[in-house]
Write a protein that binds this ligand. Structure first.
Ligand code: GLU
Length: 472
């Protein structure tokens, strides 16, 4: 927890929830049930590291069982604690509801510093953690489905699925026990960039509404917007890259060991290559060095994208934020106290529970692929190509004109898995933004998108509980 934070992370999520709950029709008991963490697993298990035995602390929290399986990533970090995992699991519940992904929220964490372990150490830790989840019934295609998060990637997911499949050899759906897997292990194309691409789609949607942009003193569109991104990991890198491709200018990049700022723009791939080569962003050609990364957040820009860990914008620095839009690519980057300061300053915050939902949306597509045991596009690709070809033939006959082979190839192309995944993600992010914005614009007293997003989530989860009929 940041020293500038008055509340714990979980309490902060509850504060945001309570603020929104007032605008819903649900009573105290229903709201309490939505808010509560349904199940918490805390384990300590031994792993042999070199010649020693190390006792590892780990968690898995299932925040909501209103829909199953529970869904959410597994984080490897020294900051992992029960409160953090509870807060992240709760955010997953609201996130899934907002993007209409039929899961309850979950999250896991292992308290380790990954840089201190070899790959085989990490593999033993991950496999043992998975066995603990199996023992306690905290993993399974219909129970609880982990995914990558901070400090983990498709590599860890492949260890998890292999361990699960070994322990449950008769489970036909074992592949669906975890998402974010490598393609060869049942992963789906487009999952790696999904969260960052979703962040881009969300920002693009927000920036397309003239009325909202006018209030911020901005023009519509991503083109020419000055962006600072904090964190060049998977989410931050892809978010920045897609924004840059759409014509935004990346003026600042922040990493834990130094930030850089360059008014005329920083090429994202060049910054990433520089960081990999030199171990830090500092001394990037032509850019201003900001050795204290915290000051990077306070530089001039249109859009600030915090894409690393929670609580980076707190009551100690919120007043100094110059961005007109804070786009929460990370989970919980703005504390509840900071949120109030940003709202008072007229800054638009695009909330995490909407904006970073692209990851879990594509995880949903992966889970469906695993359950159906067939790759997206397999059934319709050739059929579509033949149909488009027939249409082109007819058009050519009727017009007495012939398309160039390149044009024809483009028009005739049937959908591949990656096309379908990207299009499903784009549609989800666009539709959900409009849903939230409608609540924001149409509810008296709701002055921010986060409250609108929580109202949207609470309404959906409340109705799901009512339909379950669990309240006698
Ligand atoms: N860890 C990601 C998140 O925080 C993805 C979760 C998932 O795909 O289940 O949203």
């Amino acid at each position: 927890m940041s020293t500038n934070q008055e509340y714990s992370f979980f309490k902060g999520v509850e504060i945001n929830f309570d603020k929104a709950a007032k605008f819903t029709r649900f009573s105290g008991g229903v709201l309490e049930q939505i808010k509560a963490c349904n199940a918490i697993l805390r384990v300590r298990f031994p792993v042999r590291i070199g010649h020693e035995i190390e006792v590892i602390e780990a968690y898995r929290v299932q925040h909501s069982h209103h829909k199953l399986p529970c869904k959410g990533g597994i984080r490897f970090s020294m900051e992992v604690n029960q409160d953090e995992v509870m807060a992240l699991a709760a955010l997953m519940t609201y996130k899934c509801a907002i993007v209409n992904v039929p899961f309850g929220g979950g999250k896991g964490g292992i308290k380790i510093d990954t840089s201190k372990y070899s790959v085989s150490d990490l593999e033993r830790i991950t496999r043992r953690y998975t066995s603990e989840l199996c023992k306690k019934n905290f993993i399974g295609p219909g129970i609880d489905v982990p995914a990558p998060d901070y400090g983990t990637s498709s590599r860890e997911m492949s260890w998890i699925v292999d361990t699960y499949a070994t322990l449950y050899p008769n489970d036909l759906n074992a592949m669906a026990s975890v998402t974010g897997k490598p393609i060869s292990q049942g992963g789906v194309r487009g999952r790696v960039e999904a969260t960052g691409l979703g962040v881009f789609f969300g920002i693009r949607e927000a920036c397309s509404i003239e009325e909202d942009m006018k209030k911020l003193g901005l023009t519509t569109g991503i083109q020419g917007k000055k962006i600072i991104v904090q964190g060049l990991g998977n989410v931050g890198y892809h978010a920045a890259k897609f924004c840059q491709n759409a014509g935004a200018i990346i003026v600042g990049v922040i990493e834990y060991n130094g930030a850089i700022y360059k008014e005329s723009g920083i090429d994202v791939d060049e910054a990433q290559a520089h960081r990999k080569q030199h171990g830090a962003l500092l001394d990037f050609p032509g850019a201003l060095n900001l050795p204290d990364p915290a000051t990077g957040l306070e530089q001039a820009c249109d859009i600030l994208i915090p894409a690393a860990l929670e609580s980076v914008i707190h009551k100690g620095n919120a007043a100094k934020i110059q961005a007109k839009i804070v786009a929460e690519a990370a989970n919980g980057p703005v504390t509840a106290e900071a949120d109030a300061i940003l709202i008072a300053k007229g800054i638009m915050v695009i909330p995490d529970i909407y904006l970073n939902a692209g990851g879990v949306t594509v995880s949903y597509f992966e889970w469906l692929k695993n359950l159906s045991h067939v790759k997206y596009g397999r059934l319709e690709k050739r059929f579509s190509e033949n149909r488009y070809s027939d249409i082109m033939d007819a058009v050519e006959r009727m017009t007495d004109k012939v398309m160039s082979p390149t044009e024809r190839k483009l028009v005739q192309k049937g959908p591949e898995e990656i096309d379908l995944v990207h299009s499903g993600l784009e549609d989800t992010m666009m539709g959900s933004y409009q849903e939230i914005r409608e609540i924001w614009a149409g509810t008296t007293g709701v002055d921010d998108l986060r409250t609108a997003a929580f109202i949207c989530a609470i309404n959906k989860i409340g109705v799901a509980y009512e339909e379950l009929g669990i309240f006698p």
